[in-house]
Design a protein around this ligand. Structure first.
Ligand code: F6P
Length: 322
């Protein structure tokens, strides 16, 4: 491998820049060229390239988002567009590709390998922490920390006014953010993405808390398939149970911001290891965290979603919020 292409795909996450920096610096230290591909697979199909050098990744380790930008590309799910992508990569003399993204992005990468034997290495980057066979995805801890700080502030107001708040956190298919934030903020209830809401139980829990002297209730609602589901819950609580709840949707605030130490540290290791994997011919592969260690595994192990990472903590949250 003489020229590595690198792109980010799917939702951005804090720490992606740390991984890009590690890839560029490791590759250059090994005498390998790096080509940045802008705006993910969509940018690849449009030939949006930028040559990376040591200083193009200077002063980015602390910045959220991704300097390469990103996108979700429906076109890339089609075989003819993947063929076009490989033709473009080869014309650009790129002979290995590093993809930072989620399971959907890894599926695209896997197809490049299967259909064209194009060498690919994945780095898990999504705030959702929902990829199979890795305990961690870059950006998760920063997103959780951001959400915790927001909920702590909301709790101040909730307590001062003796209110109930529905706080909606991100996670279309993933429970991880909701559960970790819920445990860490002492939430009275946590509603997971695909939970059928039991309004009666919610109201009973809130009223039990009030009866034992609680001045506020925080219910963490995972976004689920359609952001804004908290408003539906709010309406039912009001109309059927005469219970007033305020809604706060944290939204994309959780995706931005300066990465916390864990995200920087893990992303730096993953970027470094991804280059070594490409150079060593260990493809198609992906960097993962297993038993707390960053290591490589087959890419095929990480092409599905996993919502198991945090589900075991739902019992803890319930016990502690009594
Ligand atoms: O990247 C993951 C994620 O932030 C999910 O938590 C969320 O449900 C979704 O992306 C939102 O996507 P978009 O930014 O495209 O609205």
């Amino acid at each position: 491998v003489k020229n590595i292409g690198i792109l980010c795909s799917g939702g951005d996450s804090p720490g992606m820049n740390c991984a890009i920096r590690a890839v560029v610096r490791t590759a250059i230290s090994r005498g390998i060229q790096v080509t940045g591909i802008k705006r993910g697979y969509a940018g690849l199909l449009r030939g949006e390239f930028m040559q990376m050098n040591l200083s193009s990744v200077g002063n980015i380790i602390q910045r959220g988002g991704t300097i390469l930008q990103t996108s979700r590309s429906p076109e890339f799910q089609k075989v003819e567009f993947r063929k076009k992508a490989v033709d473009i990569l080869r014309a650009q003399h790129i002979d290995g590709l590093i993809i930072i993204g989620g399971d959907g992005s890894f599926n695209g990468a896997m197809a490049l390998w299967k259909e064209h034997q194009f060498p690919v290495v994945g780095i898990p980057g999504t705030i959702d922490n929902d990829i199979s066979n890795t305990e961690y995805t870059i950006g998760f801890n920063t997103a959780v920390q951001t959400a915790i700080e927001a909920v702590d502030r909301i709790r101040d107001t909730a307590h001062s006014h003796a209110r109930t708040f529905l706080v909606e956190v991100m996670g279309r298919n993933s429970s991880a953010i909701a559960l970790k934030v819920g445990v860490c903020t002492g939430a009275e209830n946590i509603l997971l993405p695909h939970d059928k809401v039991n309004h009666q139980k919610l109201v009973d829990d809130i009223n039990r808390g009030i009866a034992r002297g609680k001045e506020s209730s925080i219910i963490i609602v995972a976004e689920g398939p359609v952001a804004g589901r908290s408003y539906d819950i709010q309406h039912v609580l009001k109309d059927m149970y005469h219970l007033d709840a305020h809604v706060a949707i944290l939204g994309h605030i959780q995706r931005g911001g300066s990465p916390v130490a864990d995200d920087r540290f893990i992303a730096s290791q993953m970027g470094n290891m991804a280059v070594e994997a490409l150079l060593g011919g260990n493809v198609p592969s992906v960097t993962v965290v297993q038993k707390g260690k960053v290591l490589m595994t087959d890419l095929a192990n990480c092409t599905t979603k996993a919502d198991h990472n945090y589900i075991e903590y739902s019992g803890l949250a319930e016990t502690l919020s009594i």
